[in-house]
Design a binder for this molecule. Structure first.
Ligand code: PHE
Length: 333
């Protein structure tokens, strides 16, 4: 009998108790009413008195060992069931489909424009959205009484405080040209995308904020012919080589001469204005300390929103800013 006790002891100690099912099998085998230990006790009762004295202690120890192991494992399983483990381990729970974000149509179009100019050797620059009067207007050759400085068009962050320069939400990306020329000697060849703000009433075709991308090239001997060739190359890469274009003369305070470019596809009759441009006005060079006797340059600026609306068929500019998830979901990555 002592041998049997020793054999069971080893078996109990080496039992695998890693799952509730294994624990239950263990209980049935050793601890149940008809289990091995119970049976041993029955045998023990039938023994003559002299053996009882030597066998009672090891037999009891065997029972306590099995009961202790059972109790400990059971407690362990129960505490993990009430914790988060049970949720992780429930293989029948439905899987949550992970939601993937996507790029906003404005981001897609801006990236496309940037890449075209990148391939033509332009770097990318950026500047602040809150500008001082000097960078947004004065250095760009806006006369003091120019209507664009008026409250109607410009959001002022600080206006008319004595001794302090006016601060505005930039009304165009052209101030980034000024910052670039202040910080970098020519040659300069860069495009500058960014958000701009104008105090316009909100309608389907105008909004108080929109996006522009500015271009600036300054070097020796830069010509109008190079400007036009760059713009035509851009238009063909952006809209396809079949696109028709025309160049009209125009006016901007910071370029002289100034032009605008219109495009149309062969299937439409209407011309669409896509950008303003021109040769950098000598007054602008003077404001940033570049010698206009030795350097010349061109600049251009275009609205990104209009291009995105045309490309994706939006008829209301507000669609681009409402962040309606139903619109965004139509542009998966
Ligand atoms: N800044 C001008 C605008 O907002 C666009 C422009 C940029 C025109 C550069 C000429 C040169 O309308």
């Amino acid at each position: 009998m002592l041998d049997k006790i020793e054999a069971f002891r080893k078996e109990i100690l080496s039992s695998a108790l890693n799952t509730p099912a294994q624990l239950e099998a263990f209980r049935l085998k050793f601890l149940s009413r008809n289990g091995l230990i119970s049976t041993l006790f029955d045998e023990f009762k039938a023994l003559p008195g002299v053996d009882k004295a030597t066998l009672g202690k090891p037999l009891n120890e065997l029972k306590v060992l099995a009961e202790t192991m059972f109790k400990q494992c059971k407690e362990q399983f129960e505490s993990s069931v009430s914790g988060s483990q049970s949720i992780r381990d429930d293989l029948t729970l439905p899987v949550h489909a992970s939601l993937l974000g996507s790029l906003h149509p404005l981001t897609v179009v801006e990236k496309e424009i940037r890449e075209i100019f990148f391939r033509m050797g332009f770097s990318i620059s950026s500047g602040p959205e809150i500008e001082d009067d000097f960078h947004n207007f004065t250095a760009l050759n806006f006369p003091a009484d120019h209507p664009a400085r008026d409250m109607q068009d410009t959001f002022f962050v600080r206006k008319g405080e004595s001794g302090l320069e006016d601060l505005v939400l930039r009304t165009h990306t052209s101030p980034v040209q000024i910052r670039l020329m202040e910080n970098q000697k020519p040659p300069i060849r860069s495009v500058m995308p960014g958000r701009v703000f104008r105090n316009e009433s909100v309608t389907y075709k105008s909004y108080f904020q929109f996006n522009q991308i500015e271009g600036l090239v300054v070097d020796h001997g830069i010509s109008m012919a190079e400007l036009i060739q760059t713009l035509v190359t851009f238009a063909k890469m952006m809209y396809g080589s079949e696109i028709e274009y025309r160049i009209r003369s125009s006016f901007f305070p910071f370029t002289e001469p100034s032009i605008e470019m219109d495009v149309r596809t062969s299937s439409t009759t209407n011309w669409m204005e896509i950008l303003g441009a021109g040769m950098v006005d000598p007054n602008v060079f003077e404001a940033v300390g570049i010698d206009s006797e030795h350097y010349s340059g061109y600049a251009f600026g275009m609205g990104i929103d209009r291009i995105a609306m045309l490309k994706y068929g939006f008829t209301d500019i507000r669609t681009l800013y409402e962040n309606d998830i139903r619109m965004l979901e139509q542009f998966p990555l």
